[in-house]
Design a protein around this ligand. Structure first.
Ligand code: NAD
Length: 500
């Protein structure tokens, strides 16, 4: 059976029991069934598979395997590593349809979003495959010195064993953002998928093996926070790349401090979308809907704080209401579905509790979207209607805290300084969107907004070539782009006498 066949089978029938770990190409199972947790279909609430939890000794074994594989992988010429990464990208494209179906089945994402995820994964592997052919990424380069008697060189070595910990909202995508540069740099890895969406990572791992990634170079440990936490404290781990909540990120940073492990943290956000008075309002509405309700708002980059100039506020709100009410909140198989469920019952309860707290603090709902009638009657999935709150106070929890669900707040402003102050008035700083027809003002916003990425008049386009990451509580470091590769390399220098 080829991987694509097994993927198709997983999508059509039940999912297999995912082993506690995959170590040097072997599936390693838990000793007993008490170590099994259900994997749900977020659209129906049905159990569609099981995943085991890795024990302390299995985590250790996985790290040891990555350590043992490090020297040969690091010694593999970058161009050879690149050829393997290119094959991964091709395998992902070949498996596109079953991968899309798997994403839809587990996370309940609408087809268009699941397709975008798969495209992103392939593009990320292809980009880092390309960087592997650029000598400047790996070869020693001379450094100009003011002293002619000596020569200096700068060079880059892989950091070592990388622990890669990912969340559930874009499972294969965040994994690709870590794995592709780590492998390109010559690192080996132990991956800890989210406990809720691990089938996606296991499917990707099958493709990596098929593409020729040697055994032991990428290992997987399954489980929740405790497995992640144990992985971060393992003394043979040299680097941690973590994507998840700011709260968990703090624990990870503490754990890394013990051995001074290198860390990249991609954490939460509370991003703004700014609609200037000269904005194309139709464009602004479509960017607001995409920014707040793609993936049911479960995005670190959700632009859930929408700032609208007084002069266009009424027009914007009327069109925004029409657009939000038109969202088809339904399982991905439903024709025209545009918004899926939340990932779990527990997460929906958390989001609803935040909404209730926001209301108790005085927030006013301007309008709601709706969950499709059929879904309300027949489905037991984790759906929630989109909510738009108008003019919350600056200290309302819905304005200050990351909700990670389909909840957007709108506030009006009168001047650009006020809009910029409101947008920057957060301890996060991941992304921002500005909607304006004035190029000069767009540049002004780009300079003044304190975020890792600013979009002007575009949807949330993400390219492997540009960096991803933010200020403040949004994390440390950058993924993607050249910075993504460098974050898996140690910068080194050598100085020696110049030849006479
Ligand atoms: P989470 O922090 O609960 O979990 C993320 C991952 O970390 C999971 O695999 C989890 O098992 C593991 N984990 C939890 N506690 C840990 C610990 N103490 N040590 C090690 N590992 C631990 O987050 P989540 O609920 O899965 O995802 C949602 C969060 O992720 C949101 O806050 C969102 O903003 C953030 N996120 C950020 C980005 C980004 O690029 N900045 C992208 C996606 C998601």
């Amino acid at each position: 059976m080829t991987t694509n066949d097994s993927l198709r089978a997983a999508v059509a029938g039940g999912l297999p029991v995912l082993p506690a770990a995959r170590i040097a190409g072997r599936a390693v199972h838990a000793c007993d069934t008490s170590q099994r947790s259900a994997i749900y279909n977020a659209s129906t609430g049905a159990t569609i598979g099981w995943r085991e939890t890795a024990s302390a000794s299995q985590i250790d074994e996985a790290v040891q395997a990555a350590r043992a594989a490090f020297d040969p992988w690091c010694a593999t010429p970058p161009t050879v590593r690149g050829a393997i990464l290119r094959t991964v990208a091709e395998r992902v494209e070949e498996a596109r349809e079953p991968l899309v179906a798997l994403q839809m089945r587990v996370s309940g994402k609408p087809r268009v979003e699941a397709e975008a995820d798969v495209s992103d994964v392939a593009a990320t592997f292809a980009y880092y495959a390309g960087l592997c052919n650029e000598a400047a990424m790996f070869d020693a380069e001379p450094v100009a010195l003011p002293d002619a008697t000596v020569l200096a060189e700068r060079f880059y070595d892989p950091v070592g064993v990388a622990a890669l910990i990912v969340p559930w909202n874009f499972p294969m995508v965040t994994t690709a953002w870590k794995l592709a540069p780590a492998l390109a740099a010559g690192c080996t890895a132990v991956l800890k998928p989210s406990e809720l969406t691990s089938p996606a990572e296991h499917a990707l791992l099958d493709l990596l093996a098929q593409a020729g990634v040697p055994e032991g170079v990428v290992n997987v440990v399954n489980g929740g926070a405790e497995v992640g936490a144990r992985l971060t404290t393992h003394p043979l781990v040299d680097k941690i790349s973590f994507t998840g909540s700011t709260a968990a990120g703090r624990h990870v940073m503490h754990a890394a401090a013990e051995d001074m492990k290198r860390v990249t943290l991609e954490l939460g956000g509370k991003s703004a979308l700014i609609v200037r008075e000269d904005a194309d309002v139709d464009l602004a509405v479509s960017l607001a809907v995409g920014g707040a309700f793609t993936n049911a708002g479960q995005m670190c980059s959700a632009t859930a704080r929408i700032l609208v100039h007084d002069h266009v506020y009424r027009k914007f709100m009327a069109a925004f209401e029409t657009a939000v009410r038109a969202l088809v909140v339904a399982p991905p198989e439903t024709s025209g579905a545009t918004m899926g469920p939340l990932i779990s019952s527990a997460h929906r309860t958390r989001v609803q509790a935040l909404v209730e707290r926001g209301m108790a603090e005085g927030a006013r709902v301007a309008f709601w979207g709706q969950v499709a009638d059929k879904v309300m009657v027949e489905e037991a999935g984790f759906f929630m209607a989109p909510i738009v709150v108008a003019e919350p106070t600056a200290d309302n929890v819905l304005w200050t805290d990351e909700v990670f669900g389909p909840v957007a707040c709108v506030k009006s402003f009168r001047t650009d300084d006020e809009a910029i102050a409101l947008a920057n008035g957060t301890r996060y700083g991941l992304v921002a969107t500005v909607v304006t027809e004035n190029e000069e003002m767009a540049r002004h916003y780009r300079r003044r907004l304190k975020t890792g990425l600013v979009w002007h008049n575009t949807p949330q386009l993400i390219f492997a070539q540009t960096g991803w990451g933010g200020f403040g509580l949004s994390g440390i470091g950058r993924e993607l782009g050249l910075a993504g590769l460098r974050s898996y390399q140690e910068l080194r220098h050598a100085i020696a006498p110049a030849p006479r």
